[in-house]
Write a protein of this length. Structure first.
Length: 337
């Protein structure tokens, strides 16, 4: 007997996580990355470079190397992270780092940058993590200390869950430095958390103009359009982001949700599966697949996906709801049986 169709959809509008710069994933995380950056074949860096750390397609931290080329990032949960360096003088660098605080809380990384063969132009614009950054001196000129101080206060407030306080600090940072795109990105993210989608869209649009090579801004805009049900625009922005970062698990996740809404279910399933291939702990991708399968009355596959979710993410807030749905579908919520 074929299981009956259960009319239930996980409310994805509030499970999408925007891409935010320099925010620790959890207060009780204790993993760290200690790195040393040199220039091939092993010479010292002539100046600091910006290092960004991302997970799930979202930037979780950014920092500059010190005078010795070293950088230190802490407060990382067990996860797979990508260490990225994008600088005008060197070829792009990225490397995956697996953090398991219980086994080894500190991961050491040696980075060797290859200088770009092409001659430098006279432009002061830099493609990469910050288009207005050529060196530490230039950065000091373009991002005043007052702006950086407010930005750091905003990051600290976000880490403590004080969103409204963080917003005030980011707004102050932007008032002092109108082109401070990292502050604009975080402000847009916090606006989304407060369901101020119009304000979030405005900030992310500014980020795209200031840093058009950064895929994160495109995914953020796609997310805004998705949550405000402007699916055609959402699809366009996500595709533009994926053209810049085709291996973004978050990008494929948002793409799958958008395609589900516009009825391109086969392509949506492919996108969501790709998201899980790139990041097996993308929990919400499982729920998005459940939604898709239920729309197609593929209940057996929905049950299988729910069981994977419940077993893999027992502490997730949506797990209790997932167990209830398993019961409604005639399946046991006890995945260990």
């Amino acid at each position: 007997m074929r299981p009956r169709h259960v009319s239930f959809l996980v409310h994805l509008a509030f499970v999408f996580f925007p891409l935010i710069s320099s925010i620790a994933l959890a207060q009780n995380a204790n993993g760290s990355i200690l790195g040393r950056v040199r220039v091939v074949p092993g010479t010292d860096l002539p100046r600091p470079v910006l290092v960004t750390i991302d997970a799930h397609g979202a930037i979780v931290s950014s920092t500059y190397t010190d005078a010795d080329g070293q950088f230190w990032v802490n407060g990382l949960l067990g996860n797979v992270y990508h260490v990225n360096i994008n600088d005008d003088d060197y070829l792009p660098f990225t490397e995956s780092v697996s953090i398991d605080p219980a086994v080894s809380p500190v991961h050491t990384l040696n980075v060797y940058l290859n200088p770009k063969p092409a001659a430098k132009t006279s432009s002061t614009s830099v493609h990469g993590a910050n288009p207005h950054m050529t060196n530490s001196g230039e950065y000091t000129k373009q991002v005043p200390k007052a702006a950086r101080k407010e930005y750091d206060k905003g990051v600290a407030a976000d880490q403590e869950g004080k969103t409204e306080e963080a917003i005030k600090h980011y707004e102050s940072a932007i008032a002092a430095a109108p082109d401070f795109y990292a502050a604009q990105n975080n402000l847009g993210t916090d606006y989304m958390a407060m369901t101020n989608f119009q304000g979030a869209q405005k900030q992310f649009e500014k980020v795209v103009k200031l840093n058009p090579s950064d895929a994160s801004a495109y995914f953020n805009l796609g997310n805004v359009y998705l949550l405000t049900k402007r699916y055609v625009d959402a699809k366009e922005w996500v595709e533009r982001g994926l053209s810049r970062q085709p291996d973004s698990a978050f990008g494929h996740f948002v793409q799958g949700a958008v395609l589900t809404h516009i009825g391109e279910l086969q392509q949506a399933e492919i996108a969501l599966r790709r998201s899980l291939e790139l990041d097996p702990i993308m929990a919400k991708a499982h729920l998005a697949l459940v939604n898709l399968y239920l729309q197609q009355q593929r209940n057996e596959e929905a049950v299988a996906e729910l069981k994977i979710f419940v077993k893999s993410f027992p502490e997730d807030p949506a797990t209790a709801h997932a167990k209830e749905l398993l019961l409604k579908l005639g399946a046991s919520p006890d995945v260990n049986r």
